[in-house]
Design a binder for this molecule. Structure first.
Ligand code: ATP
Ligand code: MG
Ligand code: MG
Ligand code: MG
Length: 469
């Protein structure tokens, strides 16, 4: 079996062999980009190279970039544990051309690596192109020999990429792997494309135009290439499993949580083990890059991730803090590729243990309240926003944790009511403060709420999608 670590290495070796500079992953907290919460794609650290603001001593590069998608527009948090292919933290393998090669070479490299180097069967692969991109369609025909019906023209934004309202943009091409008809879901563009049968493994972006105010105004002087392939997804393909959570590294993490909780990742417990394994990765890598749990901004996203995992640990019957005890397994799986994980191991363990100790003080009581509040509620019902707010305010339950807790019962949470309860308390607190002469402590919740935009961080500026390939 090809391990995840082998696949990462093999990808980087291939592109290095093709003259690409091998560039280490940038930290998850983006430098010089306050509009982006976390790095969410391999191209993010190269943004200024693409726009020409910055030059490097290479014109092609390859990397395996740490990514987090747990907030803002590209929020995969709610998918975790429930789809086979989404994580909050994942590694994006990429090759980049800064005005060097373009479409033909990009497609050639992708096809060669997948089918020749790695030997994936061509009949399992499907490509999509932007509906007007005849050039890409013809190149796919020529290079891969895929039949026309497996080069699918897509007219949606899924196949058109832009850095922002102004800047480089262009069509893209997504490569899908067919995991087989035993799994539900249709090919991209079909009415039943939702589902996990056809999994997108690689996205090739052809930066070709420049736009202003979302309108194409001309051709880029130097067309460029940005690609991204999810390491965990290609690992599933190459290890002959359908589900990312059945790949070597996830299996090792899940085995560790099974061992510690004396439960099996089956039936009702499966999602919990998956959430724990996924969130362990994102939480640990975030701490390694200097983020700590807090009530605002990046730290609040981290806290939400941690607490969500901690509720699942509690569900599995853990009576003591659990997450920090899984860190050694993670370090042994991923510390070789990411030495920062090894260096930060003590800090990660401490942050997790402290947060879990703290949250456990209110967790059981909060869940009791939630239990009582949902008595008599049934599938399709929504928990009153006031209750969700009380859980947030008194018991430290992030909004999405409450949502996640009700999901199994098919119930939702009244978001509007929650926001209204938040606004009411905020107004009352402000009024109570008037003239008291006290200095506002930054721990006070309404400052926090101001910063985080109610309870869920949605504070990405309008360019939040910038990092996407
Ligand atoms: P999807 O449509 O499956 O959500 P995407 O189009 O949002 O994927 P891209 O932004 O194109 O993803 O990212 C490039 C690649 O990164 C994808 O082709 C996929 O292999 C991988 N990827 C994207 N999101 C995730 C995630 N949440 N977890 C794991 N891998 C991911
Ligand atoms: Mg997505
Ligand atoms: Mg997609
Ligand atoms: Mg994509």
């Amino acid at each position: 079996m090809t391990s995840t670590n082998d696949i990462r290495r093999s990808f980087l070796d291939y592109f290095e062999g093709q003259g690409h500079a091998r560039v280490p992953s940038a930290p998850l907290v983006p430098h010089n980009d306050p509009t982006l919460m976390f790095v969410n794609a391999g191209m993010v650290p190269f943004k200024n190279v693409f726009t020409g603001l910055e030059t490097r001593d290479y014109s092609t590069a390859t990397s395996s970039q740490k990514c987090v998608r747990a907030g803002g527009k590209h929020n995969d948090l709610d998918n975790v544990g429930y789809t086979a292919r989404h994580h909050t933290f994942f590694e994006m393998l990429g090759n980049f051309s800064f005005g060097d090669y373009f479409k033909e070479q990009a497609i050639h490299h992708a096809w060669t690596l997948l089918t020749k180097e790695w030997g994936l069967p061509a009949e399992k692969l499907t490509a999509t192109v932007y509906h007007t991109d005849d050039e890409a369609f013809d190149l796919w025909r020529k290079i891969s020999g895929l039949p026309e019906e497996r080069i699918i023209r897509i007219a949606t934004k899924d196949n058109f990429w832009a850095m922002g309202a102004d800047g480089p943009c262009g069509p893209c091409s997504e490569i899908f792997y067919d995991h087989g008809e035993q799994i539900e879901g249709g090919p991209p563009g079909s009415p039943n494309e939702e589902g996990d049968r056809f999994v997108e493994i690689w996205n090739l972006v052809f930066m070709q135009f420049t736009q202003e105010n979302d309108e194409i105004v001309g051709d880029l002087p130097k067309p460029s290439i940005d690609t991204g392939m999810g390491l965990e997804r290609i690992a599933a393909v190459m290890q002959g499993v359908h589900d990312n959570y059945d790949t070597d590294q996830f299996k090792a993490l899940i085995a560790a949580s099974e061992e510690l909780t004396k439960t099996r990742a089956e039936g009702e417990s499966q999602a919990s083990h998956r959430v724990i394994a996924d969130h362990l990765r994102s939480a640990s890598f975030l701490v390694a890059d200097g983020v700590l749990p807090a009530n605002e901004g990046r730290g609040y996203v981290l806290r939400r991730i941690m607490r969500r995992a901690m509720r699942h640990a509690h569900l599995l019957g853990a009576e003591e803090p659990l997450m920090h005890r899984l860190v050694p397994e993670l370090v042994s799986e991923m510390g070789g590729a990411y030495p920062e994980l090894v260096r930060a191991q003590p800090a990660i363990e401490q942050a997790l243990q402290q947060e879990e100790t703290r949250f456990r003080r209110t967790l059981a009581n909060g869940l009791k309240l939630l239990d009582e509040a949902t008595q008599g509620m049934g599938e399709g019902d929504a928990l009153p926003g006031e209750t969700a707010f009380k859980l947030y305010d008194t018991y430290g339950f992030p909004f999405d944790l409450t949502e996640d807790a009700l999901r199994r019962e098919g119930m939702s949470v009244d978001r509007e009511g929650f926001d209204a309860a938040m606004a009411k308390q905020k107004a009352a607190a402000r009024a109570a403060w008037k003239g008291s002469g006290e200095q506002a402590s930054d721990e006070l919740w309404f400052d926090i709420a101001d910063e985080v935009g109610a309870t869920e961080f949605t504070g990405y500026a309008s360019h939040e999608g910038e990092g996407m390939v």
